[in-house]
Write a protein that binds this ligand. Structure first.
Ligand SMILES: Nc1nc2c(ncn2[C@@H]2O[C@H](COP(=O)(O)OP(=O)(O)OP(=O)(O)O)[C@@H](O)[C@H]2O)c(=O)[nH]1
Length: 409
């Protein structure tokens, strides 16, 4: 399958408007100059930008209605997107009691504040969360009561059908027991033939002084690898992250964990690479605006500060939308966009993909971006992203059908 991006146009030599017949109807809405913060908006009744102040402009209203109609159709096709329950990744939150498992889920997916997690009761029963990121990426997370010691009794019940284990290790406590629990859990999985990935969150890092953080991270990592090596597990599937619910690190780590579940990731990254190169952008992220999970970015190395900036853009956008927007409409719709110019010479541009997902582009103010070309390419990208996910589902449905025909023969 060709994972390229059909139809993406290359940068024109100057900043002129693209006059080809290909130009997207959005052209009429988005004047080809960059505007300042959050003057993109969702529908006529919400916060309006300077180009929409005239509510009596019939032509504009008609076009807006057409766009809304397209978006509703898109929403309907998104609803058609079904993922087979067997294919759905099953993530297990695992770690000692009070390590922070429930807090992480509540903070990312249920909008609980970090302060509110202080009052969370101990988990007594297994909690199953059916979650969706960016409409298309669906998975299940199981939050289970954490053991008080390095005992595997409960793990043997919870682990067998997990496809990924998210192990939460409280770095502010003596972590000998936590490391023993982690190592024996990996060992148990290998012994029972489950070659699953372990995503280890070295958590509550806000409680450790800045200079000691990396040292503690590499000590824990080394200790775990040596212990696994002693158990003859040479190349474990294991990743380590430094996290805290008091900053963006937990969103960043969880984004990587979610990306590891997506079979479309490489294809998506290829598409984003093509668009960043052809449009001369510095970076593009695909982000779920409700939980701030990044589903992908182009493959240029990500500066942590850039992804923090993206989370901030999303916060600004959703805050303004919830203050000024109509209560019954979604935060993003087919006309949503916003541009923020930073004093450090960067421009952040947010644009919808679907009702929950946005593209966030970053480019330097001085770079000669052809904005018309950027708009065309981002619209093509948006369409291709949708097709990529839908094609994948159709393929897997067709494969299932073929399998059942074969078995009947
Ligand atoms: N300082 C700090 N505290 C955190 C962090 N994450 C969670 N906590 C606190 O850790 C405590 C325990 O969190 P829980 O989420 O209940 O832990 P759990 O692992 O689900 O515990 P069990 O339900 O007993 O398995 C709470 O008081 C949280 O506020 C963090 O990143 N930093």
């Amino acid at each position: 399958m060709n994972y390229g991006l059909s139809g993406v146009l290359d940068t024109a030599p100057n900043n002129s408007l693209n006059t080809s017949g290909d130009y997207h109807p959005f052209q009429n809405y988005y004047p080809p100059h960059i505007r300042s913060v959050a003057n993109g908006c969702h529908n006529p009744s919400r916060l309006t930008g300077q180009h929409r102040l005239d509510d009596n402009d019939d032509e504009q209203q008609q076009q807006q209605q057409q766009q809304q109609h397209h978006y509703q159709q898109q929403q309907r096709s998104d609803d058609d997107y079904e993922i087979n329950d067997i294919d759905k990744p099953k993530l297990l939150m695992w770690g000692l009691t009070k390590s922070g498992k429930t807090s992480i889920i509540k903070l990312i997916f249920e909008k609980m504040t970090a302060g509110e997690t202080l009052k969370l009761p101990e988990t007594k029963m297994i909690q199953i969360h059916e979650l969706t990121c960016g409409v298309y990426v669906r998975f299940q997370i199981r939050d289970v009561p954490g053991p008080k010691t390095a005992s595997l009794n409960d793990f043997e019940t919870f682990a067998p059908n997990a496809t990924t284990i998210i192990f939460v290790l409280d770095v502010t406590e003596d972590y000998t027991d936590a490391i023993n629990l982690l190592v024996s859990s990996v060992q148990w999985m290998y012994k029972h033939g489950h070659n699953v990935r372990f995503e280890v969150l070295i958590h509550k890092i806000d409680g450790v002084q800045e200079p000691d953080r990396l040292e503690r991270y590499s000590n824990i990592q080394k200790q775990v690898i040596v212990m696994l090596h002693e158990c003859s597990i040479e190349k474990p599937l294991i990743n380590f992250y430094l996290t805290s619910i008091y900053d963006h690190s937990i969103h960043e780590a969880f984004s990587k964990i979610v990306q590891n579940q997506m079979k479309q990731l490489r294809a998506l990254e290829n598409m984003l690479n093509i668009v960043t190169e052809s449009t001369q952008l510095d970076k593009i992220f695909v982000c779920d605006i409700y939980n701030k999970i990044f589903l992908a970015s182009d493959t240029k190395p990500v500066d942590t500060q850039l992804s923090e900036l993206c989370c901030d853009v999303v916060d600004v956008y959703t805050d303004i939308s919830s203050i000024y927007g109509a209560s019954n409409s979604s935060v993003l719709d087919s006309m949503s966009f916003c541009t923020i110019e930073l004093s450090i010479g960067l421009i952040l541009y947010l644009k919808d993909i679907n009702p929950t997902t946005a593209l966030i582009c970053i480019f330097k103010k001085e770079s000669k971006i052809n904005e018309a070309l950027m708009e065309v390419n981002l619209n093509i990208l948006k369409k291709n992203i949708q097709e990529l996910f839908l094609t994948n589902t159709k393929c897997s449905k067709r494969q299932q059908l073929n399998t059942s025909i074969t078995s009947i023969e």
